[in-house]
Design a protein around this ligand. Structure first.
Ligand SMILES: [Zn+2]
Length: 81
């Protein structure tokens, strides 16, 4: 299990996925809450926040292939609504 959201674990390991929007709602909320009270992780996030626009430029070609398949999360309950 991860320590995110426990209040004691830093979320730097999750920041990468956080800025890319790859976290679950629960994880995203935990990271956001942690950033509010942790200057260290906030600084880390500040640097990572510059990455997505760059990936966007680099991934324009890859996007044509259909990122939806890659975005499918098999561990997030495929039962749907
Ligand atoms: Zn932290």
């Amino acid at each position: 299990m991860e320590t995110a959201g426990n209040g004691t674990g830093h979320v730097r390991m999750l920041l990468g996925a956080y800025v890319l929007g790859g976290l679950s709602q629960h994880e995203e909320y935990a990271v956001r809450a942690h950033l509010h009270r942790c200057a260290a992780c906030r600084a880390e996030y500040d640097g990572l926040a510059e990455v997505p626009p760059l990936l966007d430029l680099l991934g324009e070609d890859a996007r044509a292939g259909g990122p939806d398949d890659l975005a499918a999360d098999p561990g997030d309950g495929g039962a749907g609504a």
